[in-house]
Design a protein around this ligand. Structure first.
Ligand code: BEZ
Ligand code: FE
Length: 292
């Protein structure tokens, strides 16, 4: 074996990392070594820069707790979370597209009947989200489970509030005709957490650290692909600059503002409220996908 030089080092490392019995791990490590060496050869870091990189990664790891995941946030702001999502959810173009799940989903949300309010007592403008869950042929999907989470009208999720009860989240089910009605308050745009290592990095850029107003949905129905997605408010000032690259054109919806009047749940409000209408389109799993 030749001893290393700057020129032959990459090839020697690549060769050594081929001795892995698991073919998937072998492929991953071959690509990692190849691309990491390309990266380092391209940027030619100083030793001080490389030490700062290791320090940044160390501090990022130390920030992670059960409630805080600074590495996921790193993956989000670098567009990697959206790339992994895209690779894993290549749905047909007419199906409702997926987008990044984000860190604020809490499992086991309370169940609400159609039209009930999942934002009781929360600050914000009332908002009614209605629509139909359909399949690709336009047929209604009954009994689909819609798990929602979002910020309140002050831009905060449950994890960011000191709430004892569930906050701004709930589970609904579509009716036999596929319809659903959610009562909530309108979300607002918000910044990703900026008090950690990701914030430190973002502060050294001119990149916006805001997300446009959105409501998260996870929709599940037997025999269909699970869809984790958001609905985004058309016209939001951050719609074209979402810091985590989550906005897809079919997910931008009108939040129609009414000054007062009859709501989709049949009551009359004397104050302003929003109406949002969206039909979700689910794609059936193939027999092989069902078996997997
Ligand atoms: C969110 O949508 O809740 C979110 C996604 C990625 C990073 C931070 C927040
Ligand atoms: Fe969110």
């Amino acid at each position: 074996m030749p001893y290393v030089t700057e020129q032959n080092l990459t090839d020697i490392v690549k060769e050594r990392w081929t001795h892995i019995p698991d073919p998937r791990l072998r492929k991953i490590m071959a690509s990692l070594v190849k691309n990491l060496h390309v990266f380092v050869r391209e940027i030619e870091p100083t030793e001080a820069e490389w030490a700062a990189t290791i320090d940044w990664l160390t501090r990022t790891g130390k920030m992670c707790t059960e409630k805080r995941q600074e590495f996921i946030l790193t993956s989000d702001v670098l567009g990697v979370s959206m790339l992994v999502d895209a690779i894993n959810h290549r749905l047909q173009s007419k199906a409702t597209p997926t987008t990044v799940e984000g860190p604020f989903h809490i499992p086991g949300s309370p169940e609400f009947a159609d039209g009930e309010n999942m934002a009781e007592g929360a600050p914000g403008i009332p908002c009614f989200v209605t629509g139909i869950v359909r399949d690709l042929d336009g047929k209604p999907v009954a009994g689909a489970r819609l798990d929602l989470w979002q910020t309140d009208g002050e831009g905060l999720y449950e994890a960011q509030r000191d709430e004892k009860e569930a906050w701004m989240r709930g589970v609904y089910h579509s009716n036999p005709d596929g319809s659903y009605t959610v009562q909530t308050v309108a979300p607002i745009g918000y910044t990703i957490p900026m008090d950690g290592t990701v914030g430190e990095l973002m502060e050294r850029t001119t990149i916006s650290h805001f997300r446009p107003a959105h409501i998260h949905f996870c929709i599940e129905a037997a025999g269909y692909h699970r869809v984790v997605t958001h609905l985004f408010q058309r016209g939001d000032q951050y719609i074209d600059t979402d810091v985590v690259y989550g906005v897809k054109e079919p997910l931008i919806v009108d939040f129609i503002k009414k000054t007062s009047g009859k709501t989709p749940t049949g009551e009359t409000l004397a104050t302003p409220f929003y109406e949002v209408r969206y039909d979700f389109v689910l794609q059936r799993k193939t027999a092989a996908q069902k078996a997997a």
